[in-house]
Design a protein around this ligand. Structure first.
Ligand code: UD1
Length: 418
């Protein structure tokens, strides 16, 4: 168990490059078993979610090797179609494996998925879509068993643009007989990345990034070497860190368009933002005005994965703010921890009413989930005095070397083993 000891109040200066996107790498790892040839995913961040996904692939019989920043997957001898419940519960993304296992073996079994404790997170949209492709599903005692004779392309309508369901449908339909048309798809950049990856393997997918995706089934897919898109959520977290602390940093690797609403909100706070190609520069005086209202929405709306971080920002700014969380029911579990740092926040259902107190103070706080944990770290960087941030395992799921990158920007942050 590790903790961060953070001395607040240092301004941030310098440049930082975003890691490859966690939410892209995980579905790409799931997609790697669609071929018996070797797949290389370049610049894979050493986060624990990637390690868990590698364990799942090994459990299926695939060879997974980490060579520097690359991960090499060879699933020629994969034969197992069942994911042990210990691994499924640890990582929600294991649900994508249903689509790729069905493509590869026409059978798949796993326990109900886990992941961050941020709400109900049902998988009905995934399962109903798989049924539309001809999959028979049995559910018993929290276990899901799927099988089909062949996968058959079909029209699928998603009632809500679920990121995971969209990705699962792509993975299941890519080698199905005939064509699948998905209406109401999620439009996240990571879905475009999955389309590009699959097409580089020989798939015929088009339309990702819009709400209609067409997938023409192909007989087989080949190996690929691929560099995933960079992590807009990690990049956004650094920008918010600089906004809170003051200073000037440049984040590279991420197109400003994929963070459009965050950049707009940071300007509202009083920061200066400059974008060019894949670089975003932020300048902050450190004394911020609250955003009047931020409401999370599916892409291109404001990302739920940055909700906690902007709430931390507003908690230490001046004025009043309303944050509305529309994606997950219980994504405010970090709020009591922010209150220990002097924040004035009242949560009522999906709404968090934030009265900015101007400056937070150091405290000992615990991370309860990945992005809530990141928010506490950012709050501590801007707070007066020393903070201890406990339960870092949640943060290590998604941020590689977070403290190293922040320290290189001038933050006073150390990891301590306890
Ligand atoms: C993905 C991201 C996560 C992000 C989220 C929303 C990955 C690995 N994770 O999660 O970081 O916070 O998108 O941008 O990419 N829902 C259902 N039934 C379903 C599926 C989803 O009701 O079958 C609901 C969920 O409960 C939630 C909403 O849809 O309220 C969004 O979920 P979804 O887009 O599926 O998120 P994930 O794919 O789990």
């Amino acid at each position: 168990m590790d903790k961060f000891v953070i001395g607040g109040g240092r301004k941030l200066y310098g440049s930082v490059r975003a890691q490859s996107a966690k939410n892209s790498v995980l579905p790409l790892l799931a997609a790697s078993i669609l071929t018996e040839n070797t797949v290389v995913i370049r610049e894979t961040p050493p986060i624990t979610d990637v390690a868990s996904m590698a364990e799942i692939l090994r459990g299926l019989g695939a060879e997974v090797r980490f060579c520097g920043e690359d991960v090499v997957i060879d699933s020629a001898h994969a034969a197992n179609h069942s994911i042990p419940s210990s691994l499924t519960r640890e990582l929600r993304s294991s649900v994508f494996m249903l689509g790729s296992l069905l493509s590869r073996f026409h059978r798949a079994a796993c326990a109900y998925p886990g992941g961050c404790d941020i709400g109900l997170r049902p998988i009905d949209l995934h399962l109903n879509a798989l049924k539309r492709l001809g999959v028979k599903i049995r559910e018993r005692d929290g276990f899901i068993a799927c099988e089909c004779e062949t996968l058959r392309g079909n029209e699928i309508v998603l009632d809500f643009p679920s990121v995971g369901a969209t990705e699962n449908i792509l993975l299941a339909a890519v080698k199905a007989e005939g064509t699948t048309v998905l209406y109401g798809a999620a439009k996240e950049p990571e879905i475009v990345d999955l389309q590009n990856f699959l097409n580089a393997m020989g798939a015929r997918v088009q339309g990702a990034g819009t709400d209609v995706i067409g997938i023409e089934g192909v007989k087989c897919l080949r190996g690929v070497e691929y560099t995933p898109v960079k992590d807009r959520i990690e990049a956004g977290s650094f920008l918010i860190a600089c906004a809170i602390c003051g200073g000037e940093i440049e984040v590279s690797g991420v197109d400003g368009k994929s963070l459009g609403l965050l950049l707009h909100k940071l300007r509202e706070n009083g920061c200066k933002i400059h974008t060019k190609n894949d670089k975003i520069k932020i300048t902050s005086g450190g004394r911020l005005k609250c955003n009047r209202r931020i409401e999370t929405m599916p892409y291109p709306g404001f990302p739920t994965d940055l909700q906690a971080q902007v709430t931390a920002l507003n908690a230490g700014a001046s004025g009043d703010s309303l944050i509305v969380e529309n994606l997950f029911e219980t994504r405010y579990k970090y709020v009591p921890e922010l209150i220990k740092m002097g924040a004035d926040i009242e949560v009522r259902g999906r709404n968090a009413f934030v009265r900015g107190v101007g400056k937070l103070h150091g405290a000992t706080v615990s991370c309860g989930d990945l992005r809530g944990g990141a928010a506490l770290i950012l709050a501590a960087l801007g707070a007066e005095g020393v903070s201890e941030v406990l339960d870092l395992s949640h943060v290590d799921r998604g941020y590689a070397g977070f403290e190293r990158k922040l320290a290189a920007l001038g933050a006073d942050i150390r990891r301590v083993r306890i």
